[in-house]
Design a protein around this ligand. Sequence first.
Ligand SMILES: O=P(O)(O)O[C@@H]1C[C@H](O)[C@@H](CO)O1
Ligand code: HPA
Length: 297
Amino acid sequence: MHAKGNPCSCCSFDDYKCTAEWLLNKTRHRPKIAVICGSGLGLLADSVSNKQTFRYEDIPNFPVSTVPGHEGCLVFGDLKEKSCVFMQSRFHLYEGYSLCKVTFPVRIFKLLGVETIIVTNASGGLCKDIKAGDIMIIKDHINLPGFAGQHPLCGPNDERFGIRFPCMSDAYNKDLRKLALDISQQLGYSDFVREGVYCMVSGPNFETIAEARMLHILGSDSVGMSTIPEVTVAKHCDLRVLGLSLITNKVSLDYSREEKVNHEEVLEMCKMRAEMFQNLVNTIIAKCDQVDGINSN
Ligand SMILES: O=P(O)(O)O[C@@H]1C[C@H](O)[C@@H](CO)O1
Ligand code: HPA
C-alpha cells in the first residue's frame, strides 16, 4: 500500500493502478467526464441512466467519507449521452486525510480515461456583490494551505502523471468557463451566476471575522475547505477543469453582524438551489463537446 522511500508515505503508482484496474474490471462504463460533488450536492448524480454504484468502502485503496451531506458512492452512468462518473462525496483535509488521499480519486479518473473534470463545492461569499444562493464559476484560486506546505504535489514527482513544476495560471479551462457562462445566460441564470476567485482554508472551523477580512483583501471572492487539492492534481495530470461553487452563506466581515454560519445552513442552501445547480451542470455536460478538443463520448 505504501510506496517505499516515498516521504509522503501515501499512495504509490501501483495503488492507483490497482484501484483503476479493479474498477475497469467491474464496470463497462468508460467515462470521459468526472464530477466531484460538494457538500449537499450529491444529487448531481441522480439524473444518470444505466447507473452503476460502488460504495467507497468496497473500492480498494479508496478513503471513506465522514462528513454529513456526503453519501460515499462512486456512480457511473450516462448523462445526455455522455459517459460520466460522479463522486458523491469528497474527502477533506480536516477529516484527517493526507492530501494524497484527498486527491486519490482524481488520478483514478485519469487512469480510467477521464479527460474533463467538473469540481463542485459549497462556499461562503466574501465579496459584496455575491449573495447566498449564487453560483460562482471559479476563475482562479488561492491555495492557502499550499502556502504553508500542505500541497498534494509535495514529495517525489511521478512523471507518469505530470511534470515537477506544473503551471497553475490556467488551472480552470477558459473555454469551459465561457461555456458555463453562456449556458447560464441561455438558462436565464445570469443574475446569480458570476465568475470569481475561490480560496481554500483547511477548516474545520468557519473563519473568524479578521480572517475573512484578510481573505477578502487578498482577492478572494469566496472561501471553502476543499477543491484546490483536487484541481491542482487534475491540472498536473492534464485534465480539463471546470470549478463551480454554490455560495451557501455570506461570510461575516463585520463585528456588528449577529448571524453565525453552520454546516446545517450550508446543506439547507444546497437543497434550495439543488435543481438549478443540477440543471446547469447537466447542460454543461450535454454541451461540453462544443469545446475544442473535448471528446466526451
Ligand atoms: O466539500 P465542500 O467543500 O463542498 O464542503 C463545504 C466545506 C465544508 O466541508 C463544509 C462546511 O459546511 O461544506
Ligand atoms: O463560510 C464558509 N467558510 C468555509 N467553508 C465554507 N463552506 C461553506 N460555507 C463556508
